[in-house]
Design a protein around this ligand. Sequence first.
Ligand SMILES: NC(=O)c1ccc[n+]([C@@H]2O[C@H](COP(=O)([O-])OP(=O)(O)OC[C@H]3O[C@@H](n4cnc5c(N)ncnc54)[C@H](O)[C@@H]3O)[C@@H](O)[C@H]2O)c1
Length: 272
Amino acid sequence: MIDTTGYAFVTGGGSGIGKACSLLFAEQGVRGLLVADLNLETARNTVAEATAAATNPAFRAEAIEIDVSLEASVKQGVEHMVKSFGRIDYCVHSAGIPLRSYAPVASASLLEFQDLNRVHVQGTFLVTGAVSAAMASQEPKPVDASSPERGVVRGSIVNMASAAALITPPNMVQYSAAKFAVHGITKTAAIENAPLGIRVNCLCPAWTETPLLRQTMDAIPPLNDQTLLNGIPMQRIGTAKEVAQSAIFLCSTWSSFITGLALPIDGGMTIF
Ligand SMILES: NC(=O)c1ccc[n+]([C@@H]2O[C@H](COP(=O)([O-])OP(=O)(O)OC[C@H]3O[C@@H](n4cnc5c(N)ncnc54)[C@H](O)[C@@H]3O)[C@@H](O)[C@H]2O)c1
């Protein structure tokens, strides 16, 4: 059995990939779950669904409102987690906003560039920083009591990058630049945190069926059900649960020697 019996903090947990991670954490036996989202109502709905799906008899979940782009809000969210649950074993940072326009760098919108940077880059910087600090001050646990050579763990952070953090699709410079930065923050934090027993990885999904994807397609007609499949060898888009399964793997002790990874979940899109 995969070991995920600790306490999970999920940003963007009210929808899409963050919601799928929250539900899977509950199914896989976490003791505690804090669902944090800009939209408190959807975060509460996730808590209700997670509570119904939970397998750990000690399971307890809460919802809070958070804006990951604001330092005070992130600090408050992390403090809430530590106060209410005692520690943060797993952090999945999935809060994000969609791309709204499609243009080459010569005419791309500065306003949108700034918006995506604020939420994705600043948000990842703030969440990774605050969670790293909280994890660094908590007691380490053995990875596996029967294999002391595997050392100790204080926590695991999984950020949400994108296939666009590995390749550079044209007309998406705002999104791609932001996701390359998420990748960079993840690798820096992984090196710094490694001696402390804190692992930091990021996921690089290609198109994944979520409300964000539908908003992107509504705003950008050239991205439609047909064109999305161009460049995906497996000829389909991904599911939020497929991304969540990799997130939970990277939080669990099954990935105890993996840090600084940018894992594609992309039907082969980034092979080329
Ligand atoms: N869906 C895809 O195709 C895809 C592909 C690659 C990467 N991603 C990334 O995965 C992450 C999750 O995307 P999703 O598809 O699940 O989107 P989604 O819209 O379904 O969920 C995102 C959640 O983040 C919340 N949110 C937005 N801004 C926030 C803020 N400032 N503070 C706190 N919460 C905020 C929203 O309320 C929403 O609940 C994003 O970073 C996205 O860029 C998505």
